[in-house]
Design a protein around this ligand. Structure first.
Ligand code: GCO
Ligand code: MG
Length: 467
């Protein structure tokens, strides 16, 4: 071997070691010719040691914690560091496929992250994102988001500041929430909406069931009673949903609520992508007179092309985004001013780092934030919403699902609602902890009725409907 070849070979080895990737990657990339061009890299300057430890701060472990204190399966990522007692938490809840997220965290991200500097959040984000080559799917994005939030939590703890301070400081005192109100009749929805108003909520999402129809977000039966149900027996399992019954029930609900509750309360509604696009357009037009705060998910993410048509026809404010996980899904919807509220699930999109970028992008186009905050968000995730909500000027409203006593025990510092708002504590970082001993007392269950409930909504002729 000539000395030049040996120099090149040893430089290449050093390069691979620096990348921490080894022979497998070399094999994968051998055909590209990129490695042949690699020259020995100069060593980067060493970062100053962390004041609280002997050497530079390092990630020592990363793991997924699965728990279900409220019966809903939650995934929290814990990132531990070389500084004793310094760790961060993030929400990675994709409840429908939660064990896959845990595997992505434990088996892929943990070995990738161990030994790295937790301070370099953006760099680690990009490295994790690129590390699977195929990217932007919900499993990997949830895993990455959980780590991202945990890194921000660590940074807040290191700075000894609540996270909103690092995100630019407060734009408001608290974060106004919308609450969910549903019922099996318009009168029941009205009664429950009044109770929510008495508790101080100024934004209320209303959903009404129609008897026997498996309407999203409302009681009224799982579809068993709809005439024609027996035709499906023996052919298909599932819950019956009739879009016509649903479509007709919504304007009646809003007519009732506006006459009963007046014009001053903000009302919202979630279509949950359940109508054919043209029917959703018709619904938006009919609802315009009731002045909704927003109507959510009128179209499925696959049908975003209809937003332009909708915009030309009515001024019902539109919220969209909980199913998004790829920038291609929101960039042009926002810059085209085709929606009014972005409501991504922040553990689907890349955590706090990506949520900040989205919020900033939206700010230029008059689009406000309304991050997705259903029951399948951990208290750690809800806390992230508070810090984003406090520090984002173009904030709109925040969704929140109540946390029960078990949830509060498992997650000390879990956010508390006061008069329809959430407030940040002065604890550093996200401000929510996890008691792992208690979390283990609420193990997640593989839950066939829940798991199989998704993907078996059927129309009267047995056709699969959107969830
Ligand atoms: C909402 C959502 C949720 C989702 C749920 C899926 O607006 O709150 O639509 O209820 O259906 O998060 O797991
Ligand atoms: Mg929704």
């Amino acid at each position: 071997m000539s000395s030049t070849t040996s120099l090149r070979t040893s430089g290449r080895r050093q390069f691979l070691r620096q990348l921490g990737r080894g022979a497998a990657l070399a094999g994968l990339m051998a055909g590209t010719g990129r490695l042949m061009a690699a020259q020995p890299q100069p060593q980067p300057p060493q970062p100053p040691p962390s004041p609280a430890s002997d050497g530079p701060l390092k990630i020592t472990n990363v793991r997924a914690i699965l728990t279900a204190p409220q019966g809903i399966r939650l995934c929290v990522v814990k990132v531990e560091t070389s500084e004793p007692g310094l760790y961060g938490l993030g929400c990675a809840t994709f409840t429908q496929r939660i064990r896959l997220v845990a595997a992505a965290v434990d088996q892929y991200l943990a070995p990738f992250l161990r030994g790295k500097d937790p301070d370099n959040i953006e760099d680690l984000w990009q490295a994790m994102f690129q590390s699977s080559y195929w990217r932007n799917g919900p499993v990997l994005m949830n895993a990455l988001s959980g780590v991202d939030m945990a890194l921000w939590d660590i940074k807040g703890k290191r700075a000894n500041m609540p996270l909103y301070q690092l995100l630019g400081g407060r734009c408001r005192v608290g974060v106004p929430l919308y609450t969910h109100v549903s019922g099996s009749s318009n009168e029941q929805v009205e009664e429950r909406a009044r109770a929510a108003m008495e508790q101080g909520f100024r934004y209320i999402r209303v959903q009404v069931g129609t008897p026997g129809n498996a309407t999203y977000g409302a009681s009224g039966g799982r579809g068993a009673a709809l005439p024609g149900r027996e035709l499906l027996q023996g052919h298909f399992e599932g819950n019956l949903f009739d879009p016509v019954l649903y479509r007709n029930s919504v304007p009646r609900l809003f007519a009732h609520l506006r006459s009963a509750l007046g014009a001053d309360i903000e009302l919202l509604h979630d279509v949950h992508e359940r109508l054919a696009p043209i029917d959703a357009i018709g619904l938006c037009k009919e609802l315009e007179q009731y002045r909704l705060f927003f109507l959510e998910d009128p179209f499925a993410p696959e049908d975003v092309g209809f937003f332009r048509l909708l915009r030309q026809q009515c001024a019902t404010p539109i919220a969209m985004g909980e199913l998004f996980n790829n920038p291609n899904e929101w960039v042009e919807l926002v810059s085209g001013r085709l929606i009014d509220f972005i409501r991504c699930h922040i553990s689907q999109i890349g955590g706090i780092s990506m949520a900040r970028k989205i919020a900033a992008h939206c700010g230029f186009y008059g689009v406000r934030t309304a991050w997705h905050g259903p029951g399948d968000t951990s208290p750690v995730g809800h806390a992230a919403h508070i810090h984003l909500g406090l520090s984002t000027w173009n904030f709109g409203v925040q969704e929140f699902a109540p946390i029960n006593d078990a949830g509060r025990e498992v997650f000390p510092g879990a956010p508390q609602v006061q008069r329809g708002m959430l407030f940040a504590s002065d604890r550093p970082g996200l401000g929510v902890d996890i008691n792992e001993t208690l979390a283990a007392r609420y193990p997640i269950r593989d839950d066939p009725p829940f798991d199989l409930g998704w993907g078996r909504l059927r129309g009267r002729d047995g056709t699969i409907m959107r969830p």
